[in-house]
Structure formats: C-alpha cells, structure tokens
Design a protein around this ligand. Structure first.
Ligand SMILES: Cc1ncc(COP(=O)(O)O)c(C=O)c1O
Length: 441
C-alpha cells in the first residue's frame, strides 16, 4: 500500500469512529424516541409513514412545537431549521393564523360547497404570482404537479414530459434515480439541470412529442441547487418556440421573494405549481397559469376537464392560507425573509472558509443546503452519493447541539426565528466544524 492509500485508510477509519461515537451519544440521549420507533415498526413499514422523515440510526419523535422550536419525546428542545421542508414558514404557533383557523372551523367543517375563503385566497394567490392568471387548489404539491402535467397534455395534445435528472416534484414524481416503480407512468425524457446544450438538444429532438417541461427554478430536495438565469431563459425561449408548456414547480421556491423565484429571475412560465407554506401550515397544493390553459377546467364549458378532490377547498386550509398570505407573509415580509436567508448562507460559508472545511452551503433566500463537498454544485450529479457519512456526522452532531435540519443537509428559515436563533446556528455549526476538523477539512 502506498503512503496516500494508507493516509486515506486512516482518514476513513477516523470518520467511522467519529460517526460511531456520535451515534452512541445520540442513542443514549434518546431512549424514548428509540422505543417509540421500535414499537411503530410493528405497525408501519420501518416505523414510518413518510419516507423523508426517517434517518439513520432512528429519528427523534417530535411531540410539540412552539414558535421556532420543536420538542422531542426525551425532553430536548431544538431550534427548527428543518421548517417542515419549507412548509413551516410561519413557525409552529402563529396566533394570527391560529385565529383564522379557529374562526373558519367555528363556522362548520366539510361544508360540501364553494365557500368565501377559497375565492379570496384565489384572488390573493393570483395577485401575488406574476404567471398565475387563474388558480385551482389541491391537497398537496404532488397533486398540483399531476394536474399541471395533465393540463399541459390536454392543451398540447402531446404526451411526453421533460423533467430533470434528480428532480423531485412529489411522491409519484421523484426522479432521484431517474424513474421509480412507484412513479406515475408518464412518458419521460431526462434533462440535466443547468446544462443548456444537453437540455436544448433534448427539447429539439422531442419538439413534436413534448407537452411540458417541468422544472424547479431551484432544485430543493435534490440539494438546494439554484438554476442559472441563462439556463432558464434558454428553456423559456425553446419551449415558447415549440409550443411546449413550461411549468415552474415553485412548491418550495414561491417563498423566495414576494412573487416567487419567477419574479426574482424575471422569467414567466406558462404554469406554476405551489404548495407547502402557502396553505398556512395546513395540507395544500395549487396549480395555476395562463388563462387559456386553466380555462380547460371551467365546468361551465361543455368540454371541461374534471379536477376533483374532496378537500380541495377545505375551510381550514383556505382560511389559514388566505390570512397567512395577506396578513403575515406580506410582500415586505417575504423580501425580508429572503434577505435574512442570504445573509445566513453568507455567514455559514464565511465560517467554512475561515476554518478551511471541505463543506459548502448552497441555496437561494430562506432555503439552504449544507454539503460536505467543496467543488462547485450545479446539478444533482455534482455530489450524488459522495461523502454520505460526513453528511450523517454533521447532521447528528448538529442535533446533539440542539439544531434540527434534514440529514441530507436541507434547511429552511421560518418567520418566528430571531437574530439570536440564526446566530446560534452559526455558532453551533462553527463548533461542529472544529470538533470534527479531522473529518470535515
Ligand atoms: C419542489 C417540490 N414539488 C412538489 C413537492 C410535493 O409536495 P407535497 O409533499 O405537498 O406533495 C415537493 C415536496 O417536497 C417539492 O419540494
């Protein structure tokens, strides 16, 4: 064995031993969460009903949330930087929103007819997002994307969809390993994020078959990877030229500025899907866009497409979403949160640089991705399957320091966070980088 192979071997052993050490401390600190998880395994596969909430060695059980904090079964309090994968934008106990929900349900639930909240909410959403002339509500972002794709297929009379390799648009629209057996069976082609030449070639080769291009203006689940403006501009021009419906999935990114990332970039898609926080903390999704496409769903037209969903206009979501968007996440609040996220990301990257760590923080505005690699990240394949144990080490150690975010490195800010919460994260991050300098540098 040569010297560098020996060094590499001892680096890896050091990493494994640090990881084992933090796992042991984590396990010892969380006996009640462990017991709950073991019991849940008797009734749910892997003790889990939402895959993304499982992490190794086992997840802590969250019993309560208040403000920006969550509390686990073993009595620990965490500052919540997971933010329910961006749906928790309002924190856990915003009184304005809770009052709206109380008022709505006091008027009766499951009413089985159009209600006042839904039209006011629809008006607020259309006013807010530049590409949305008309909107319809669903119960999840997944459904919103399914409906947008259906609308694009009906509008164009074509079937094929271009998605990004590694993209995520919902439980049945997950392209992490290209196509999965549980995915909806669309006729797909896979573009490469931020790769203009490859994607434009693909559009050109499939121009007569493509109904839609579905893309996140910042890939969220795939690692908080921002799209280059130039790339999206090229996609906009090519889709327009060939009559292909461009759909921006802004389920996560619609929080980025007062009109989503489309407003920041100045690029208008034909359709936009939304979800997550926009329902005020309740189950939510929505799809909207150009009037001529959305009018396909007008039930007064004899050829109307059907769009069903028992809870599409449930009063809890409609009231919470409407009040949250108009009274809490105002345009100013949205711009301020975006700026706070940018500052935090800058601070974390400055810490990384000062310590010489092999780590970087990506993202846009209030959504951040922590990655234990130092080369440029422009597409999911920039780091796929790399340094997974380093990721785990960072995540568990930050949990032990009282900060929760996703094991894959995903973080999002919420409106209840104070400057002290943000500074606390930066301090803990710096101390974890010091603690594990031998593995993370
Ligand atoms: C970009 C994007 N689209 C769609 C979805 C699916 O939303 P939901 O979980 O509400 O179905 C998600 C969820 O993480 C998402 O990040």
């Amino acid at each position: 064995m040569n010297t560098s192979a020996t060094e590499h071997g001892s680096d890896h052993n050091r990493l494994l031993s640090s990881l084992e050490n933090v796992k042991q401390r984590y396990h010892a600190a969380n006996p009640e969460s462990y017991a709950r998880w073991q019991n849940a395994r008797n009734f749910m596969p892997g003790g889990n009903t939402r895959t993304v909430l499982h992490y190794d060695p086992f997840p802590v059980s969250i019993v309560k949330g208040d403000g920006t904090y969550v509390h686990d079964l073993d009595g620990h309090r965490y500052t919540d930087f997971l933010g329910e994968y961006s749906a928790g934008l309002y924190g856990h106990s915003n009184e304005v929103i809770l009052d709206a929900i109380r008022e709505a349900i006091a008027g009766g639930m499951t009413l089985g007819g159009p209600n006042n909240w839904e039209s006011k909410f629809a008006e607020a959403v259309c006013e807010r997002f530049p590409s949305i002339d008309l909107v319809r509500f669903t119960n999840s972002g997944t459904e919103a994307n399914l409906m947008a794709l259906g609308a694009a297929r009906a509008h164009t009379g074509r079937d094929r969809i271009l998605v990004m390799d590694g993209g995520y648009h919902g439980g049945v629209l997950y392209f992490g390993s290209r196509n999965s057996p549980v995915n909806a069976p669309f006729d797909l082609v896979f573009g490469r994020f931020n790769d203009i030449e490859r994607t434009l070639d693909l559009i050109d080769a499939n121009r007569n078959e493509l109904a839609a291009v579905l893309i996140e203006p910042m890939m969220g689940s795939a690692g908080c990877i921002a799209a280059d403006k130039e790339y999206l501009t090229a996609l906009r021009a090519a889709t327009e030229k060939h009559g292909i419906v461009l759909i921006f999935d802004e389920v996560m990114t619609s929080r980025s500025s007062s009109g989503g990332l489309q407003k920041v970039l100045g690029i208008l898609p034909d359709m936009t899907t939304v979800g997550k926080y926009l329902g005020g903390g309740c189950s939510f999704g929505g799809f909207g866009g150009r009037r001529d496409i959305m009018e396909l769903f007008d039930p007064t037209s004899p050829k109307a497409l059907s769009h069903a969903g028992t809870f599409n206009n449930n009063v809890m979501t409609m009231a919470a979403g409407y009040i949250a968007l108009t009274k809490v996440f105002t345009e100013d609040a949205a711009d301020q949160l975006y700026a706070r996220g940018e500052t935090l990301r800058g601070n974390l990257n400055a810490i990384v640089k000062a310590k010489g760590a092999k780590v970087q923080v990506t993202g846009v505005g209030s959504i951040l991705g922590v990655h234990p690699v130092d080369h440029p990240i422009t597409a999911p394949d920039s780091f796929k399957d790399q340094r997974l144990q380093h990721r785990q080490l960072l995540h568990l150690e930050m949990l032990m320091h009282g900060f929760v975010f996703a094991q894959r490195g995903y973080m999002s800010l919420n409106l209840a966070m104070t400057d002290e919460d943000l500074a606390g994260l930066a301090t803990a991050f710096a101390s974890v980088l010091d603690m594990h300098a031998d593995c993370l540098s």
